[in-house]
Each structure stands twice: as structure tokens, then as C-alpha cells.
Design a binder for this molecule. Structure first.
Ligand code: UT7
Length: 305
């Protein structure tokens, strides 16, 4: 009865999509460099939109698709490292925008790009203790405010947006494993993002295959049992390395960083929404979500559609 199940999905994006060519008018870079090194061709940057309004819009879409009302929501978590304010949390503002019950918890969670998986795992525990049936797990980021055209090595990689899933508990396949290795040097942010790109690249290329194979092994499954691997969308070459190490066909990995860039905690729910709305997930399909990021954090979740 206690497997976490995704009932529906939603997404919300800023109005403004920025191409690599547009970025190359502001700094010394090129579409050729960015797309060949990362697979990214464009990303959305907020221009007046707020993270919590994107989060609320994505959640509203997910609830609307399932026909679930605000009074049925038992908890709301927004995974983000880029909230609109230090306080209140984006999730509190989402509670107000959507009219979620006042006696249900709503809070933000910061586990970097792994935040959505940390939030899924946490939501399962909350729903086991809730009198209500559904939970909202949202990944929402406004990373553009931490980017500067003075640092071309990070400014080209990231994007803004929000993805949401409406979840419930039931007799569904579910497992989740999370990890952390505290490190401040490789990837951190104050008013800007600072990153040792090749160290992150090595960490991610090694960790993705480990996370996928461990969660499959402990559930006595193999790659052949999966319809999709839904990875954090940081860089196409990281996914290619991971696929090679796993011995998995590259087409098993869903990829959409070409039009979103790296949206951190929003990347996995944005991918899930594209899969769901594109009819690319059918009831019974088994899939693994896998993510890695600042912290350092990592994790994978095994679900059934
Ligand atoms: O959620 C996790 C977030 N982080 C990541 O996913 C980052 C993972 N790492 C990466 O994706 C890659 O390491 C990068 C895309 C960041 C860099 O790719 P790379 O192939 O490792 O390039 P590099 O850092 O070795 O840099 C090669 C050259 C350098 O020039 P020199 O020193 O060789 O003359 C850089 O200055 O490319 C230069 N460079 C750029 N050139 C044009 C760095 N950024 C740019 C740019 N445009 N935007």
C-alpha cells in the first residue's frame, strides 16, 4: 500500500527563451561550443516571473489534470536552491496561491539538483502520516539570478522553470536511495554559482551508473525491465558516459536539456511532465529517476507509472 505513485504532472516556464546565439552576443561563446560540449541549445530565463508563481502554476496544472482539489492535498514540498526569499519558503507562497489546507505542511527543501528526489522520499513519509490522500512535489528554480555574463563557464549551462507531480500512496513499485558527501569546493553558490566543471563531470559520470545499478539490483530488476531512465538534465555528455558505463542504450535515457538547460531541482519533474503529456509513459511502465548535484548529493528512485 505504501509505494509512492505519480498521479499527474504539470510544468510552468518563463515566457522568455534564450538561445545560445543570444548568449554569444553578451559573452565570448558560441552555439557550436555550448551545444557540442553540453547538448544545450536554449533555456528559459525569468524576466519578471517568480519561482513561487511558476511552482504554483505547475502544481495547478497537475491538480487540474487529475481533477484533485486543494482540500485533498496533505503536504506540499518545493525542491529549490533558488527560492524567491530567504523566508518565507516558496512552498508557503504556493499554499496561499493554491488555497491548500492550513493544517497540511508546506516547506522548501534544498538538496541542490537532487532536491526533487529528496522531496519525493520525504513526501512518502508525510503521506503515511496524513489524513489526506495526495501530496504535491514541485521542483522550481530561478537560477538566472545567480548567473553573470562574466563567467561564461556557468552562464551557458543553467535555466529557470518549474515541474510538479501530484503523488499518492498505493500498491505500486517504489524504492528510493539518497546519498551525500559534504563538499564546498566543487559546486557552490553565494551571489553567483562557482563550479569546477570537470570535477562535477567526473563525479556525475561515475555516480549516475552506480545509482541506477544499485537500485535495480536491490529490487532484482535489470535494465530490460525499465521503460525509461529519467536523469537530471545537466549535460548530454554526462548521460552518454553513464550509458556507456551501464551498458545501456542511450535511447533509454530521456533527454530534454536542449531546450531547458540545467534547471537543477526542476529538471526531473520537467522531464516527467514531457513524458506524461507526450504519452510516453503507460500504466505499468517501470522507470528510474536519477540525479546528482551540489552538496554533493545524489540519488535514484524506482517507480511504476
Ligand atoms: O547540476 C550539475 C551542474 N554542473 C554540471 O553539470 C557541470 C558538469 N561539467 C560540464 O558540463 C563541463 O565540464 C563543462 C561544460 C562545464 C565544460 O566542458 P569541458 O569540455 O570540461 O571544458 P573545459 O572546462 O575543459 O574548458 C575548455 C575550454 C577552456 O578554455 P582554455 O582554458 O582551454 O583556453 C574554457 O575557458 O573552454 C573554455 N570555455 C568556453 N568557451 C566558450 C568555458 N566555457 C566556455 C563557453 N564558451 N561558454
Amino acid at each position: 500500500m505504501n509505494g509512492l505513485h505519480i498521479v499527474s504532472t504539470g510544468r510552468a516556464l518563463p515566457a522568455h527563451s534564450v538561445t545560445n546565439d543570444e548568449l554569444s552576443r553578451h559573452m565570448d561563446t558560441s552555439d557550436e561550443w555550448i551545444s557540442s560540449r553540453t547538448g544545450i541549445r536554449s533555456r528559459y530565463f525569468c524576466d519578471g516571473e517568480h519561482g513561487h508563481t511558476l511552482a504554483a502554476a505547475a502544481a495547478r496544472e497537475a491538480m487540474g489534470r487529475a481533477g484533485v482539489g486543494a482540500d485533498e492535498i496533505g503536504a506540499c514540498i518545493v525542491a529549490t536552491f533558488s527560492p524567491d526569499y530567504t523566508v518565507p519558503a516558496n512552498a508557503c507562497l504556493v499554499q496561499a496561491e493554491l488555497g491548500l489546507p492550513e493544517d497540511a505542511p508546506a516547506f522548501d527543501m534544498n538538496a541542490g539538483c537532487t532536491g526533487f528526489l529528496y522531496a519525493l522520499h520525504t513526501m512518502r513519509g508525510l503521506l503515511m502520516q496524513s489524513k489526506r490522500k495526495y501530496g504535491l512535489v514541485i521542483g522550481a528554480e530561478v537560477i538566472s539570478k545567480y548567473l553573470t555574463y562574466d563567467d561564461r563557464s556557468t552562464a551557458v549551462l543553467f535555466g529557470d522553470g518549474a515541474g510538479a507531480v501530484l503523488v499518492t500512496l498505493g500498491e505500486y513499485l517504489w524504492d528510493c536511495q539518497l546519498g551525500v558527501r559534504g563538499n564546498r569546493e566543487i559546486l557552490w553558490a553565494d551571489e553567483h554559482i562557482h563550479m569546477d566543471g570537470s570535477a562535477v563531470f567526473r563525479f556525475a559520470s561515475e555516480m549516475v551508473p552506480v545509482c541506477v545499478s544499485e537500485i535495480l539490483a536491490r529490487n532484482s530488476l535489470t535494465l530490460a525491465d525499465l521503460r525509461w531512465i529519467v536523469p537530471h538534465q545537466a549535460n548530454r555528455r554526462i548521460i552518454e558516459h553513464a550509458a556507456k558505463r551501464l551498458g545501456a542504450p542511450i535511447d533509454l535515457f530521456y533527454q530534454n536539456m536542449d531546450h531547458y538547460g540545467n534547471t537543477s531541482a526542476a529538471s526531473v519533474p520537467l522531464a516527467l511532465d514531457e513524458l506524461a503529456s507526450g504519452g510516453l509513459l503507460q500504466p505499468g511502465d517501470q522507470f528510474v529517476c536519477v540525479a546528482f548535484g551540489t552538496g554533493l548529493t545524489w540519488g535514484s528512485a524506482l517507480l511504476e507509472w
